[in-house]
Design a protein around this ligand. Sequence first.
Ligand code: NAD
Length: 386
Amino acid sequence: MAKIICVLYDDPVDGYPKTYARDGIPVIKSYPDGQTAPTPQKIDFKPGELLGSVSGALGLKKWAKDNGHQLVVTSDKEPPNSTLDRELPDAEVVISQPFWPAYMTADRFDKAKKLKLIITAGIGSDHTDLEAASKHGVTVAEVTYSNSISVAEHVVMMILSLVRNYIPSHDWVRKGGWNIADCVERAYDLEGMNVGTVAAGRIGTAVLRRLKPFDVKLHYTDRHRLPANVEKELGVTFHENMESLLKVCDVVTLNTPLYKETEHMINDKTLALMKRGTYLVNTARGKLCDRDAIVRALKSGQLAGYAGDVWYPQPAPKDHPWRTMPHEGMTPHTSGTTLSAQARYSAGTREILECFFAGKPIREEYLIVQGGHLAGAGAHSYKLAG
Ligand code: NAD
């Protein structure tokens, strides 16, 4: 029997849903590169249910009970006296979602003497100190591809919302107005613009594919160049570095993981390289950007708009300046936790747990750290400091 801590966001303020807007979700069996969607032996939830909040428990309650594991499900995660901190000393597994991350710091690793596995239910394991995980021999795994398309859809939505000035126009309707000039004085067409992604991994490439039919000029930079046939099919221009891409784009989307080298990659210096009036969309991680530099660029007009769903820390404090800066299209961290995505990453979490407790290998593509090193998807996309 093992203790498993599962840190999840709170239920809706008016209670766990009794009904849903739709009766189900489409069945996705595989992803664009052929990787299969999660294949646990069984699931104990109905796809389309709210699984990412405390009562949903990622659909793991029955599995844990049937297998004799102690599943502690909580949203209480702030150090030093949270439920997470109290339960950590004898836990073998910690699970959390990037939307409500259990920040697994070096301090927490020192306290978690029995810890063997950390699962990111979703994608992006930067809330775990990966150097500390390597040092302590803890495996870090995430459910690669489970919500990449969910995020790509959100990026396209946010680009269009900013360029077409959707949110302020919607606000005029709510206020009872018909203020067309107020709505359109900042509204443009996306057609013909130069749109670039910083990283063309699963999300970045899916964004490029979705934007191609808008007749824009596509650009990307990445540590790994796309195959020539993909570049040709998308008609996308490769840039050796981010700086070169920033100089030519009207719209920039960030899709790199967060690690030491990418932290604050968008700062006063790199913002100054952009054309005046660039739109920036960041659904990757808040810390890729220097928080206050973004506010300054929006105030000066260097950025025409900034949208995203990722912040630091999470949850963002009430006075976080991105809540009130001009020309923002921010949401809480929601893009990768649609009901559709939850079904996939809950099934993937169960698949990882089934493998771990059966002593079977976890899929290579789910691994971030194993055996003291970056592994699988982690070795492709992250770098360890030092
Ligand atoms: P991925 O591993 O498929 O792609 C990451 C890409 O980044 C890789 O191609 C890698 O080569 C590239 N890269 C790494 N460092 C780089 C650098 N310094 N410069 C340029 N490129 C670099 O991952 P993905 O599925 O595309 O997800 C990307 C990130 O998006 C995740 O790490 C996570 O932080 C974030 N994400 C956010 C949400 C959300 O809900 N908002 C959900 C999923 C993922």
